[in-house]
Design a binder for this molecule. Structure first.
Ligand code: FES
Length: 116
């Protein structure tokens, strides 16, 4: 397909792994493959370096904001010093209700993962 992006062999995207493919962070949240835009809505950390928590949320590697990969919305604001700023996390969460991480469909074909 013309605008598909090849990600990696399916065997490499094991549960809880997140990789980068072009502008996308692609992961396996407990068997559910996802692709979301790669830059955190806080300070633009590369979400391809993130992790997946026990609830299947993508966690930013810099300040620990968490995203629901099904909606692209932030469900927990940045942690550390940012968590002490009144209303800051709530404002970011509200922003991602309007501007969630972009999402793309992930397909598995011939044991290779692609983003469509
Ligand atoms: S850059 Fe992602 S939480 Fe700060």
């Amino acid at each position: 397909m013309a605008d598909e992006i090849e990600v990696c062999p399916a065997s490499e995207l094991t549960p809880e792994v997140v990789v980068g493919a072009g502008p996308w962070a692609v992961g396996n949240a407990d068997g559910e493959l996802f692709a979301v835009s790669r830059r955190c809505r806080h300070l633009y950390a590369d979400l391809a370096g993130g992790t997946i928590d026990n609830d299947g949320c993508l966690t930013c590697p810099w300040h620990g904001a968490k995203y629901d990969v099904k909606t692209g919305r932030m469900v927990l604001g940045p942690q550390g010093v940012f968590a002490r700023i009144p209303g800051f996390g709530a404002a970011l969460k509200m922003m991602t209700r309007v501007l969630p991480l972009r999402r793309r469909q992930v397909v598995l074909r011939d044991e290779v993962i692609y983003i469509q």
